[in-house]
Design a protein around this ligand. Structure first.
Ligand SMILES: Nc1nc2c(ncn2[C@@H]2O[C@H](COP(=O)(O)OP(=O)(O)O)[C@@H](O)[C@H]2O)c(=O)[nH]1
Ligand SMILES: [Mg+2]
Length: 207
């Protein structure tokens, strides 16, 4: 038995896919459990991060053909909360028409979900945040959704360069230092910090 009861809550004992939402006014699971959603541009490493987070090898599909998952996928964890995988946005190679699709769907989800406790927004530590990234952050601020920013693929930079990028991105987006978590699906850096941040969001008073 773990000594720390908080640590026990991080263990994922049960993980169940409960469905997908593909249209603005479309079906979504009826659930009163708190939700934590994950967002980011296609190819940022969201599937990889989710797989590391829940320690399942192919829970979320890691794809080399970005921009293909267009649904919002819902997973019930430990019968305690719902993890929500939002479609990746803003991939340059898909058509303008497709590109515009993510916004109304994600916006509809965010507006409809009163039990949403927080969002984890993924940004590639090596890249400049895109207009879509900034639009997403602004929208989350407007809706007052607590936001954690995971800076992905830190293993691709030296420790020093990664530290510099954390400071640069935090400054450029006016993020608080406790909002930003450097993460690598390759080294596992940031996994515990991210799980702790999620646990904090779940335990926070309803917004
Ligand atoms: N080096 C490195 N590569 C990563 C990391 N996370 C994802 N990738 C790679 O980036 C690509 C996109 O990853 P994926 O998880 O499918 O991104 P998604 O489109 O956001 O779901 C794949 O080739 C992954 O192997 C990471 O932490 N480190
Ligand atoms: Mg993916």
């Amino acid at each position: 038995m773990p000594k720390d009861p908080a640590a026990d809550r991080l263990v994922i004992r049960n993980l169940e896919f409960i469905g997908g939402m593909s249209e603005k006014q479309g079906w979504r699971p009826e659930s009163s459990l708190p939700e934590i959603a994950f967002a980011g541009r296609s190819n940022v490493g969201k599937s990889s991060l989710l797989n590391v987070l829940v320690r399942r090898k192919s829970f979320a599909r890691v794809s080399r053909t970005p921009g293909r998952t267009r649904e919002i996928n819902f997973f019930r964890v430990n019968n305690a909360f719902v993890l929500v995988d939002l479609p990746g946005y803003g991939y340059a190679r898909i058509s303008k028409e497709q590109k515009a699709e993510w916004k109304p769907l994600i916006e509809a989800y965010l507006r409809r979900t009163t039990q949403l406790r927080g969002i984890v927004l993924l940004l590639d530590i090596r890249r400049e945040p895109s207009d879509d990234d900034r639009a997403m952050l602004d929208f989350l601020a407007e809706l007052e959704v607590p936001t954690i920013v995971a800076l992905t693929k830190t293993d691709k930079l030296s420790k020093l360069a990664a530290r510099e990028r954390v400071a640069e991105i935090s400054g450029a987006l006016s993020l608080e230092s406790d909002q930003v978590i450097p993460f690598s699906a390759v080294s596992g850096e940031g996994r515990v910090e991210l799980l702790e941040a999620i646990t904090d969001l779940l335990e926070a008073e309803t917004r």
